[in-house]
Design a protein around this ligand. Structure first.
Ligand SMILES: *Cc1c(COP(=O)(O)O)cnc(C)c1O
Length: 256
């Protein structure tokens, strides 16, 4: 939240005990349901993906007890550690951050989903490792919809060419597109990012529906998920509104 006024920021209460998680999840889910209804959509069409980055394992255990069976992590190293240490829990790990090809082996080994595919090189590296492991992986292709240097993802112009190549990597199951909107309190600047992603999805679906899987749209975070749902999101990635405010700056996750 770079150009946001701190006075306008929601207070994120830290969840520690199972009941804290139940309360925070119920509050977020109620807002998801309301946003979907406002938009004339079925709330069941929006998946809530809790994002547990920086959250220590002893609190993640309570989040899982409260019903989180899929968790998003931005960094492969951290996801791999948590997956290993919490292997007795019923939880599937979704890697939602930029991947370097030298970490493709790890993602292929443990991830249940990868939401930040942004190059052919990464697709190739993942597919090779997945084929070797006899696994397949759900992927979302990340698009930079805010036109900021600091954001990962393909430009809208480069998206169609990548999608056309992905059927060559048969272990990757394309589920849709993913984006991070501009970090701003100004709805009029955030909303166009979501509209752009939806427009890209619609156009690709019209031209060649086989290229885009379910046509899913992973968009919306703690600060903007209601807006994203109004614009068609099918997966919201929510960290702080469930786990509590993060101490680490966002520049750890996307260069600024
Ligand atoms: C951290 C993160 C989120 C969640 O952000 P919150 O502000 O904690 O809701 C969503 N998407 C990605 C890619 C992230 O790294």
């Amino acid at each position: 939240m770079t150009d946001a006024d701190p006075a306008n920021q929601p207070q994120y209460t830290t969840a520690v005990e199972v009941d804290d998680f139940r309360r925070n999840i119920a509050a977020v889910q109620a807002k998801i349901d309301a946003a979907a209804r406002r938009a004339g959509r079925d709330p069941g069409d929006v998946r809530l993906l809790p994002v547990s980055k920086t959250v220590p394992e002893e609190r993640i255990v309570n989040a899982v007890a409260a019903g989180c069976h899929q968790l998003g992590e931005n960094k492969v190293q951290e996801a791999k550690r948590k997956h290993g240490n919490l292997s007795d829990l019923d939880v599937s790990w979704s890697v939602i951050g930029h991947l370097q090809t030298n970490k493709a082996k790890d993602v292929a080994a443990f991830a249940g989903e990868f939401q930040a595919l942004d190059s052919l090189r990464v697709a190739e590296a993942l597919d090779r490792r997945l084929q070797a492991a006899g696994r397949s992986l759900d992927v979302y292709v990340q698009v930079n919809t805010s036109d900021e240097e600091s954001k990962y993802g393909l430009t809208p112009d480069d998206l169609p060419a990548l999608l056309k190549q992905l059927p060559n990597y048969s272990s990757l199951r394309v589920r849709g597109l993913m984006t991070l909107a501009l970090f701003s309190d100004d709805v009029d600047r955030v909303r166009p990012c979501f509209q752009l992603l939806r427009g890209l999805r619609d156009r690709i679906r019209d031209e060649d529906p086989d290229l885009i899987g379910d046509g899913g749209l992973s968009m919306g975070m703690s600060g903007d998920y209601e807006l994203a749902i109004e614009e068609g999101s099918t997966c919201v990635r929510v960290g702080q509104a469930i786990f509590g405010a993060r101490a680490t700056p966002d520049s750890m996750y996307w260069p600024s």
